[in-house]
Design a protein around this ligand. Structure first.
Ligand code: HEM
Length: 407
């Protein structure tokens, strides 16, 4: 495999609108032909096999948070302008030093275990009921904006002591923030920076209010840790931003994509309606099949070897989780959506030491949502004469922007 930009390398063009609409034909070709592919377009290695991705996620020579490298590759003027964003991201859990990562994990992990998260069920149920009450009164809703985004964003807002009246502001900031992960365009990054700074300032006020009237929530965990000298004020604020953002964008995608998958497979929707005990299993299949997170990135801090391919130091490695989740070596008939699939070893939440902190929370939210929706509105269906609206997000991703439904 050569790293030169040869015309042959573009046999695998990762930047086409077609690959953003549906990346799987390309992923299958890559997996079969060049599972560890040097992409001249992304200037990095692109991995599509489940086994290689699992190996890469276990390898300490590949570190998370290579965003810093991308920042440092920007022209000098842009680098200067974007310094505040770089400094904030540098404090995010998973983007810090190894020591910083372990410190944050030991602080937060116990509040996100399946058992602790289960205590949030009544809150999640109540938020879901309120949203569905309003939807029921209208009879039809746009599911993405009116249900899928508000549910996880209200849950994480409550966990961080953010008043629900300010939730819409947070949703807008979070949307701007997504650009950090999708494109390295200076104008977009400047918009992201503005949102991150505004969010941090906003959280500074919420934190001050919390100190005046403390409650048992994640802020209190941070405040106690600060008193013990474990975290600084700026680290608290930037990680609140991370949690607010990570806590709802992806879960909203899981819920809305799950709904489209059920509409596309009406026989499975009917089964789920008849047997709610299948819901946890169905959510796992939404995670596997729904491309919730297309790929994550790593940087080699030392020379490494994956699947027989030598990878030099300081190279970007793209791990296509969505491709791993359709690897025929792991999943029988991988392109078949099947809510009864067993032993579903998907990597939608990543794997290894950076495994998603919010996995149990996201699972519970999606389970409560579908259980309540199908119980209360068993005839939920796409609104007559409408189509879901998708937007291509090059590279290799499309976003579900609107899904009008009738209840
Ligand atoms: C369906 C919903 C979700 C999906 C698919 C998802 C996916 C992921 C993935 C793939 C990673 C690993 C990133 C990497 O290794 O580079 C990750 C990490 C993370 N996720 Fe999630 N996530 C979801 C929901 C959530 C929620 C609800 C929260 C917060 C409450 C959250 C917080 C985090 C955090 C803090 C990390 C970094 C963990 C670390 O560095 O140790 N996520 N997520």
């Amino acid at each position: 495999m050569s790293q030169a930009t040869t015309p042959q390398a573009l046999e695998f063009d990762l930047l086409t609108p077609a690959a953003a609409q549906d990346a799987h034909p390309l992923y299958h070709r890559l997996r079969a032909g060049q599972p560890i592919h040097w992409s001249p377009q992304l200037q990095g290695w692109f991995l599509t096999r489940h086994a290689d991705i699992a190996t890469a996620l276990r390898d300490d020579r590949l570190v998370a948070g290579p965003m810093m490298v991308q920042f440092d590759r920007l022209p000098e003027e842009a680098r200067k302008q974007l310094m505040p964003l770089r400094d904030a991201v540098n404090m995010w859990m998973g983007h810090t030093t190894h020591e910083g990562h372990v410190r944050f994990q030991s602080l937060l992990k116990r509040y996100f275990t399946p058992r602790t998260v289960e205590n949030l069920r009544p809150q999640i149920q109540s938020i879901t009921d309120t949203l569905l009450d309003a939807a029921g009164r209208k009879g039809s809703v746009e599911l993405v904006q009116e249900l899928a985004i508000p549910l996880p964003s209200s849950v994480i807002a409550e966990m961080l002591g953010v008043p629900l009246t300010d939730e819409y502001m947070l949703q807008r900031w979070s949307r701007d923030l997504t650009a950090i992960f999708s494109a390295f365009d200076v104008q977009q990054l400047l918009r992201s920076q503005k949102s991150v700074m505004e969010m941090m300032e906003y959280m500074r006020g919420v934190l001050a209010q919390h100190r005046r009237a403390p409650r048992e929530n994640i802020l209190e965990v941070f405040v106690r840790a600060q008193a013990e000298g474990l975290v600084s004020e700026e680290e608290i604020l930037s990680n609140c931003v991370l949690l607010l953002f990570a806590g709802h964008e992806t879960t909203a995608r899981l819920i809305s994509k799950g709904m489209t998958l059920l509409f596309e497979h009406p026989e499975q929707l009917a089964r789920l309606r008849e047997d709610a005990s299948l819901i946890p299993n169905a959510v796992e299949e939404f995670l596997r099949y729904g491309d919730v997170v297309g790929f994550i990135t790593r940087l080699t801090v030392a020379p490494a070897e994956i699947g027989g391919q030598a990878i030099q130091q300081y190279q970007m490695v793209y791990l296509a989780l969505a491709a791993a989740n359709r690897d025929p070596a792991v999943f029988a008939d991988p392109d078949r959506f099947d809510i009864t699939r067993r032993a579903n070893k998907h990597v939608a939440f990543g794997f290894g030491s950076f495994y998603c902190l919010g996995a149990a929370l996201a699972r519970l939210e999606a389970q409560v949502f579908f259980e309540t929706l199908l119980r209360r509105f068993p005839h939920v269906r796409p609104a007559k004469g409408t189509q879901p609206t998708w937007e291509a997000r090059i590279p290799l991703n499309r976003e579900l922007c609107a899904l009008p439904v009738e209840l």
